[in-house]
Design a protein. Sequence first.
Length: 91
Amino acid sequence: EVVLTDLSQGVELLQKNVALNSAALGETPIKVEELRWGKEAAEKVMPSGCDVVIGCEVIYQHDDETAQALVEAMSFLIREDGICLMAYEFR
């Protein structure tokens, strides 16, 4: 199963992209969900956690509260034997 997430304003576009690329995506079930950072939000989206978390350009605000919420979400989402890959360019 693949779960793609974004903030509320990006979910509709993400759903359209999944629909447009469904033939190339094969038989893997794909869900699109809203995810704001934080443990509680992550728990609602993926209550059992993930084997792999991939994030790119996920930071929109550079403050302690946002960083803490991101850490909480990733700490919850990544299973004990899982992996998290993040890419970000500070701008």
